[in-house]
Design a protein. Structure first.
Length: 129
């Protein structure tokens, strides 16, 4: 089945999701941000710790369902007598529900600046390695 892939997710997050089944994560990486920005509640996606450059057939990950999708922006200002600096960061908070472990059959798209998409197959628990 075809999924939007979020790549380079930390091992700790992947492990916590496996144990707790429900987890809210914050996406700040530009690579994943653009892919996740256009997702809708109820969409299924593929989550992996593998970096986008190393994603190939056989890469393991998790298939998750998107339960909540929230965009938030934070502004930070610093100033003194000499300068004034304002920074702004935008992030996405995604609440995810674990559905299964999966393995990539084929990477469908991984071009820079585009949404990474994979064809992945569900792995039975006894077969997932």
């Amino acid at each position: 089945m075809e999924y939007v892939a979020l790549t380079g997710i930390s091992e700790r997050v992947v492990s916590e999701l496996r144990q707790n089944r429900l987890l809210t994560i914050e996406i700040r990486s530009p690579y994943n941000f653009m892919a996740a920005l256009h997702l809708n509640v109820g969409d299924m996606l593929f989550l992996t710790h593998t970096s986008p450059e190393d994603l190939t057939g056989g890469s393991m990950g998790l298939v998750v369902k998107l339960l909540r999708h929230q965009v938030s922006t934070h502004r930070v200002t610093q100033s003194n007598e000499i300068y004034y600096e304002e920074r702004e960061t935008t992030s996405l908070r995604l609440q995810l529900d674990l559905k299964c472990v999966a393995r990539v059959r084929k990477v469908l798209n991984s071009a820079l600046g585009e949404t990474t998409k994979v064809d992945a197959e569900e792995m039975p628990v006894y077969n997932a390695r």
